[in-house]
Every structure is written in structure tokens, then in C-alpha cells.
Write a protein that binds this ligand. Structure first.
Ligand code: SF4
Ligand code: SF4
Length: 213
């Protein structure tokens, strides 16, 4: 899930300042789950805009704002309210904001900052476990990602700073390589320690990413 959070209000204030009428768009997927762009947050944005002396022509929450076709279809369903707006405010990740801006000539204001691809520990508590590196080595590292969960992204074992199994960068965290070692030992296999992992081929993480089935 893409973890996102609302932009600081002073940044939003500056973004909305030149406009009077707004159409609001939330996302029913990730932004709803992490409570940054669901129904409730869209309503809160509406209340905040009214407090600022602005007007809201309408709002909607798209099932998945990153879905280009659905974004276009839902905008068409709200054509009049969208046209009455001077700007559209999108409470979705950067992908969602770009879906919307690719479907309209109108000014689009992103209201959220996208932070990382996150796992949900419990509501409101998210952890980054994968950096989408395009060359996954989890099968050799007992399902623990050193690229993301080692503070230095090391590929061939721990740095010299590990202490009692904890990370020298953040002592509250267990060292990713200590965890990998212990889990591989439990599984009775050498895993990644059987080879020297070459430097990461970041070319595999091409930008912009493209994938077709
Ligand atoms: S090795 Fe790469 S693809 Fe696999 S979990 Fe880590 S960052 Fe993600
Ligand atoms: S202590 Fe472990 S997790 Fe922390 S930077 Fe060094 S190798 Fe990575």
C-alpha cells in the first residue's frame, strides 16, 4: 500500500490562495486505508476550505485514483461540478494526482505527500519493507529485505556497527542482517551467504516503470 499523509496546511493554503471554487477528489484504496484521502478526509478538506472563505462545487472518492480509465470516467460523471471549479484538489498518492491531471486541463492540486510503499502493522502504524528495486533477493534472505530494512541497504552481511543484534543507525531496530542470519540458520540453509552479491543493478529499477502482461 502507498503510505501518504496530508501536506502541511501552510503549503495547502499557499496552493489554494489564487482560487475560489474547488472540486475535491479522494481515493478509495490506499489513501482511505491510511486515512489521508478517504470520505472523512475529503469532508475535513471541505470544512477547512469553507473556513478559508472558499467554496466547494462537489466531491467524489474514486475506487482507485491511480486507475487512469476510472479517473477519467468518474470525472465525466461529475462534469458540471468539475467545470464549475477553478481547481481540483486530489487527496491521493502522486500516482492518483497524475491520473487526474492527465484527464483534465484544469488546475490540479495534490493535497498529500506520498511517503513509501508500506506494510500495515496495525491501523496508523506502517512499515517500509520493499523499495521496489526490480531485482528481488528475498528468496535468498529468508524473506527479509536488506535493501530496505538495513539502514545502509547492505547486500553482503552486516556493517561493523551492529551491537547485540541492533542497528547502529537506530538502536530501537533489530539489525536486518542479524535477522537474516538467524532465520537462515533456523531454516538450515546458507541462503545469500553462499555467494557474494554483486552491487545492485539499479538499471533494473527503470524510471518510469512499465509493465505489461
Ligand atoms: S529485494 Fe528489492 S524487490 Fe525484493 S523486497 Fe527488497 S527492495 Fe523489494
Ligand atoms: S547495523 Fe545492521 S541494519 Fe544497521 S546499518 Fe549496519 S548492517 Fe544495516
Amino acid at each position: 500500500m502507498i503510505i501518504s499523509e496530508r501536506k502541511p496546511l501552510d503549503e495547502l493554503q499557499e496552493a489554494v490562495a489564487p482560487y475560489q471554487n474547488f472540486f475535491l477528489i479522494g481515493c478509495g484504496a490506499c489513501a482511505t486505508v491510511c486515512k489521508s484521502g478517504g470520505e472523512e478526509e475529503v469532508f475535513q478538506m471541505q470544512e477547512w476550505l469553507i473556513e478559508q472563505g472558499k467554496a466547494v462545487t462537489g466531491s467524489m472518492v474514486i475506487d482507485e485514483a491511480c486507475h487512469l480509465l476510472r479517473a477519467g470516467r468518474d470525472l465525466r460523471h461529475h462534469k458540471l461540478a468539475v467545470q464549475e471549479a477553478d481547481a481540483l484538489i486530489v487527496l491521493a498518492c502522486g500516482g492518483g494526482v497524475q491520473s487526474i491531471s492527465s484527464q483534465t486541463e484544469q488546475r490540479v492540486i495534490g493535497a498529500l505527500n506520498s511517503i513509501f510503499l508500506g506494510n500495515v502493522r496495525r491501523f496508523g502504524q506502517y512499515e517500509e519493507r520493499c523499495s521496489l528495486c526490480g531485482e528481488c533477493i528475498l528468496n535468498e534472505t529468508a524473506g527479509i529485505c536488506p535493501v530496505t530494512t538495513c539502514a545502509k541497504g547492505l547486500l553482503n552481511g552486516p556493517c561493523g556497527g551492529m551491537e547485540d543484534g541492533h542497528c547502529e543507525v537506530d538502536a530501537e531496530l533489530e539489525c536486518a542482517w542479524h535477522l537474516i542470519y538467524e532465520r537462515l540458520k533456523q531454516q538450515k540453509r546458507p541462503g545469500v551467504f553462499a555467494r557474494r552479491v554483486p552491487p545492485k543493478a539499479w538499471s533494473k529499477r527503470r524510471k518510469p516503470g512499465r509493465h505489461k502482461l
